[in-house]
Design a protein around this ligand. Structure first.
Ligand code: PEP
Length: 264
């Protein structure tokens, strides 16, 4: 079960290149979408140099509009896997549909369930049957109990490797930021559950200039990791360029994160 009542110690998830949970801190970073093999490799090299051990990127993209770029599918998974292997990093990618669970499992080290699928119970049950970690992003309108119950759907199938993620929720104002990062969710979740709790300030902010301050707030609140989007040419990014940090900005963020972690 996800409750601390049944499992007082922090769960620590070990992947090939990362330790996630407890006192460990994990940087997951990379492009929003896998654009090409060369691009994901280049972005991976940049984030690894700044301390990331998990390379993110979407091959199946949950776009608000059906006419927007939907991702490169299996070709994207292949390019992502090749880059992660070449760089000795773990791979995390979003799974959108129950029918693709086996396909994505052939490539990825860590599944990602996005905010729009947090209560896709069929998908959660299918992931419960796998023995790979799952990053479960909080639904944009989900309460903390909704998130914990969603995690429970995965646990119920026997998969205990869950990483909870605060990625911003809908509040009154989405004019200046895309979502509102709920910093309070981080210590609250950590008091209720033994699973690692990490944050995505990129999707919370929606605007690159606010990503660093929000990420630092999450770290100060105790987040055990960050997921961050980067792009070397944000204006031409296939998806969500407005919120992407450049590789240089990511280096600065990671230095500031290390500074905060040294004093908390
Ligand atoms: C993502 O991380 O690529 C993503 C789509 O995030 P979210 O589900 O939080 O919107």
């Amino acid at each position: 079960a996800s409750s601390r009542d049944f499992h007082p110690e922090d769960t620590i998830i070990k992947t090939k290149h990362s330790m996630i949970g407890g006192k460990h801190f994990v940087f997951m970073a990379g492009p929003d979408a896998i654009e090409s093999a060369a691009h994901v490799l280049e972005m991976g090299r940049a984030v690894k140099a700044a301390g990331a051990t998990v390379l993110r990127g979407g091959a199946f993209k949950p776009r608000t509009s059906p006419y927007s770029f939907q991702g490169n599918g299996e070709a994207g998974l292949k390019a992502h896997r090749a880059a992660a292997d070449a760089l000795e990093m773990d791979m995390v990618t979003e799974i959108l549909d129950t029918k693709d669970v086996d396909l994505v499992a052939e490539y990825t080290d860590i599944f990602q369930v996005g905010t729009r699928n947090m209560q896709n119970f069929a998908l959660l049950k299918a992931l419960g049957q796998k023995r790979k970690p799952v990053v479960l992003k909080r639904g944009m309108s989900a309460t903390i109990d909704d998130l914990l119950n969603a995690a429970e759907y995965i646990v119920a199938g026997g998969n205990n490797q869950i990483i909870l993620m605060e990625r911003g929720i809908r509040t009154y104002d989405n004019k200046y930021t895309r979502n509102t990062i709920d910093v309070s969710a981080i210590p609250v979740l950590q008091s209720l559950t033994h699973f690692p709790v990490i944050a995505d300030a990129s999707h919370a902010a929606g605007v690159a200039k606010f990503v660093t301050p929000l990420a630092l707030a999450a770290v100060a609140a105790g987040a055990q990791g960050l997921m961050t989007e980067i792009h070397d040419d944000p204006v031409h990014a296939f998806v969500d360029g407005a919120q992407a940090l450049t590789p240089d900005q990511f280096v600065k963020l990671s230095q500031k994160v290390n500074g905060i972690r040294a004093v908390i």
